[in-house]
Design a protein around this ligand. Sequence first.
Ligand code: SF4
Length: 183
Amino acid sequence: MKVWTHFLRGFVLKVFYPTLMLIGAFVKSKKSSLQAYIVKLNNYLVMKENKEVKKILLLLPHCIQNSKCDIRLTFDVFRCRRCGNCKIAELISLAEKRGVCISIATGGTIARKVVKEVRPDAIVAVACERDLSSGIVDTYPIPVIGILNERPFGPCVDTTVNLQKVEDAIGWFTKEKIHEKLQ
Ligand code: SF4
């Protein structure tokens, strides 16, 4: 583990991020791209930090579940019937295949609760720019690789994610080959 990247990441998340968000408060059109920049910078530093990890948590946003699905997955993602109408089914299969914990969070409070309960060494998180950047800051010093969700129907409903990016992020923590560049 490289100590300087660990502290540099702390500086980026605890000092640089609030400064950027202050700028974003005045230039609202730029806020989302500033948050995306922080996620990208964090991912880079996490990879440089190269911390050895054993327990990985795959943390997903609630909006990735099909909005017509009537199953409540917040406290147990394995209640999913795996009908294939959203990416949850494939993400559960991926988590099982790679031996990682998986959970869905409806917001920052639940996400913090899940992290406290699971106590992972590292997190692969999927969310929008806002939730990812704030979640990464909240969970420091746990290393998080953030993957932006895709929003074909607009924000917060029936979102999706590139499964290869999720698999590559898990593979990076477990030191396996990365198939494509993250983010
Ligand atoms: S894959 Fe799971 S979460 Fe998605 S719609 Fe089907 S049952 Fe619901």
